[in-house]
Design a protein around this ligand. Sequence first.
Ligand code: ADP
Ligand code: MG
Length: 232
Amino acid sequence: MSLVQASSLTKTYRVGDIDVPAIKGIDFAIEASSFVAFVGPSGSGKSTLLNMVGCLDHPSSGTLRVLATDIATLDRRAAARFRGEHIGFVFQDFNLIPVLTVFENVEYPLRMVQEWPAAKRREQVLRMLDAVGMADQADKRPDQISGGQKQRVAVARALVSQPKLVLADEPTANLDHDTAYRILELMKKMRDDFGTTFIFSTHDPKIMGEAETTFTLEDGRLMTNSNGGSHV
Ligand code: ADP
Ligand code: MG
């Protein structure tokens, strides 16, 4: 079974008396250990879709299965547990905690959701910092490192609890092109090393070529994809 599978998926926001359809019936499947981009202009539905895959929001209709779980069946508590166990997030604005060091930022998810003994936690954090090339910056605070370095730390944090799936909503939007390219190369390397599935979104056509599978969103609908993504 696919890692993520959407079928006739829709999401409509209710704003006052008005329905705002954001996802208008889409089907796709994403296999384990793939490196996938959802591409489309602002307002096309990328964040809405990633939020549903990340169990942060429920579909309005259709089904969305993530790791064989129909996410519509999860209440808030179950969704939070599911995310903690299986999903890592990388954000556009990095979302590092400014008062914590690089090391402590990466350690944070392990303190929150899992009972890791201190020595094992430390080992895992250092392993992740090493994997993203930030081990020598472990004692710095976020305001002492560059944007690209912050995103490397965020990638380490997303992977530290060894999730099956990492979601990154426009992870390169605040980075220059060369840095953006290097962050995607890093994510791909992490996929190769750890087998983690990565799903990212972007509105930047220059970046989308980095994905192995591209799904193009336009006004809440999936366009025919160009490089081998599987439509169901
Ligand atoms: P993207 O991430 O591609 O820019 P979004 O998923 O944010 O697209 O938005 C898709 C559509 O849904 C847009 O028309 C947007 O205005 C609308 N939308 C997004 N979030 C909300 C919300 N919380 N309430 C109402 N409308 C929303
Ligand atoms: Mg968005």
